[in-house]
Design a protein around this ligand. Structure first.
Ligand SMILES: Cc1cc2nc3c(=O)[nH]c(=O)nc-3n(C[C@H](O)[C@H](O)[C@H](O)COP(=O)(O)OP(=O)(O)OC[C@H]3O[C@@H](n4cnc5c(N)ncnc54)[C@H](O)[C@@H]3O)c2cc1C
Length: 511
């Protein structure tokens, strides 16, 4: 299909619909459209998408920053970014009447139910108008996958495909009003409050990739789990991948090149930090996870709302406690690691994987909150919100897949393991500034006189624990243990494994 698509045709007019692929490099729909003739590059701000419960002003700002750069890049090539605010069908209809395009180009999107339904409407619209819609994959996610057997091989093939050339000339059909980039209020969004969030754009994305591969990533394997070291040692590529400032194929191929550099350096006896080989190998694994988790969502979009393993239905549904939820959302649970991570998210929109897992574990086990509410809250707060990864991970960390090991994190142990000096805690919970190190993991254990002395009175300056760890932990283990023993849970787990479980190296699952 690749060859066929690349052949040049008569001068056509195409619309390239930019979605979560805000870049010029390795952008196959743009390249294919340019090969065929005139191109309208469209970004549509759909009010239904931006007013949805999982959207946030920080996402919006990141997209605006990305679009500013994209527009500049298109103009430098003779093209234009046409920006519209409106529902996609209305916008398509308006453009079709004005220009009469024949083809709509876009990347495939593994989005939430809202965008999935929107895409179905677009499909009906193009069929009715006789417009061809060419959707091209941009990740390792395989649409219409029948079985997970052999998926890893397909993923590798996708990642090995050559990067698509960036067109150097873009022909526009006629003078269309380019449209201004809207502000957050136009879309009913509050301005982003995440003043320390990463900024959008393909240039920054490339710089971030480069600095990780040649400098920051050396200690990745050992340092990724601490929120303190992870800040610099993790790649920080997630928002760029989520909004498409970079293609995952480019990240994968750059990583491969770096792996080869490291190998040659070793063979040639050149000095190089030994940690690189292991760190790069761990990182490559994460790139595969990116698509592995998204594939689950592609195959079963219902997991945005329903337990992957339906035998867990009813486990938490009727026990939602608003007060607990609010304390968790605000970062006021009385457990410093939970609170510091949540407050870090409020300011930056990012936290490392281990701490995301701990936040969810605390909400789902200690507070016994249903993942449906907590997932939407964090979707808004993660700058890198990617529905496919997000809901699959959320269900896994909440113990409702039936195929993953039960992991209930102790927030106090995470302090000792990941931030023993309390540097991260004190940065995001300044009220703990004077608390002696020995009490930092559980400040409520300080004697009252010491609380007074260090200016951190529990219940006044810093919250009292919202639950007692030991009790909540024991209760959660017991309840999960009971459910997991039920025959219907086991039977359903086998089905989940068959449908979504990873098969190492593409081999068949053992029967
Ligand atoms: C409950 C929960 C929700 C999550 N929601 C999201 C989300 O909405 N968007 C998102 O991009 N990641 C999500 N993650 C996965 C992971 O935490 C982030 O990808 C990672 O922390 C981003 O930082 P980084 O780019 O520096 O990651 P790195 O460690 O440098 O990894 C590089 C890339 O690999 C991918 N990746 C890394 N870890 C994972 C993982 N565990 N699962 C799938 N892909 C992974 C990401 O694309 C990431 O950018 C979630 C994890 C949990 C536990």
């Amino acid at each position: 299909m690749v060859e066929l698509l690349s052949q040049s045709h008569n001068q056509q007019v195409s619309v390239v619909w930019f979605k979560r692929d805000l870049r010029l490099n390795d952008h196959r729909p743009l390249y294919e459209a340019c090969q065929r003739g005139k191109v309208i590059c469209l970004y549509c701000f759909e009010p239904s998408v931006w007013q949805a419960r999982d959207a946030d002003g920080s996402h919006f700002r990141f997209v605006i920053e990305s679009l500013e750069e994209l527009r500049e890049g298109l103009r430098a090539r003779g093209g234009e970014l046409v920006v519209r605010v409106g529902e996609m069908l209305e916008v398509l209809e308006e453009l079709w009447k004005a220009v009469g395009f024949q083809t709509l180009w876009s990347h495939e999107e593994t989005g939430n139910l809202l965008t999935f339904d929107r895409d179905k409407q677009v499909q009906n619209w193009v069929t009715a108008r006789g417009v061809a819609w060419r959707e091209i994959p941009q990740t390792g996610v395989v649409r219409g996958l029948r079985s997970r057997d052999g998926w890893a091989r397909l993923w590798k093939q996708r990642m090995a495909e050559p990067l698509t050339e960036t067109p150097d000339r873009i022909l526009s059909p006629c003078r269309l009003d380019p449209g201004n980039l809207p502000n957050a209020h136009t879309l009913g969004l509050a301005e982003s409050t995440k003043l320390a969030a990463q900024k959008g754009g393909a240039k920054l994305a490339e710089e971030t990739l480069h600095s990780f591969l040649v400098e920051r990533g050396v200690g990745y394997r050992k340092e990724m789990s601490s929120p303190l070291t992870g800040e610099a040692s993790c790649s920080r590529l997630s928002p760029y991948l989520a909004w498409g400032n970079l293609s995952i194929r480019e990240v994968f191929q750059s990583t491969r090149d770096r792996v080869m550099d490291v190998r040659y350096a070793k063979e040639e006896g050149r000095p190089l930090d030994k940690r690189w080989a292991q760190s790069l190998s761990s990182f490559e694994g994460r790139l595969r996870w990116h698509c592995h988790f998204m594939q689950k969502f592609e195959d079963e979009p219902a997991i945005e709302f329903e337990n992957m393993n339906r035998a867990y239905d009813g486990l938490r549904e009727n026990e939602f406690r608003e007060d607990r939820f609010e304390a968790w959302c605000r970062g006021e649970t009385g457990y410093p690691m939970v609170d510091a991570c949540m407050r870090a998210l409020h300011q930056t929109g990012w936290i490392n994987f281990r701490m995301r897992a701990m936040l969810v574990s605390f909400a789902s086990y200690h507070l016994w909150l249903h993942w449906r509410q907590t997932a939407v809250f964090l979707a808004r707060h993660f700058l890198d919100y990617e529905p496919g990864i997000h809901y699959s991970q959320f269900q896994m960390q909440s113990g409702v897949t039936g195929i993953n090991t039960l992991r209930i994190y102790s927030p106090a142990k995470q302090v000792l393991d990941q931030d023993p000096e309390g540097e991260f805690l004190r940065r995001f919970c300044p009220e703990l500034e004077g608390v002696p190190k020995v009490y930092l993991a559980e400040p409520h254990r300080m004697p009252a006189s010491l609380q007074q002395h260090v200016g951190c009175r529990i219940g006044k300056d810093y919250p009292r624990p919202v639950v007692v760890h030991r009790e909540a932990y024991a209760m959660a283990r017991q309840r999960m243990g009971e459910v997991r023993k039920r025959p219907e849970v086991r039977a359903e787990s086998l089905k989940v494994q068959e449908r979504h479980g990873s098969r190492r190296r593409g081999t068949r699952r053992r029967k």
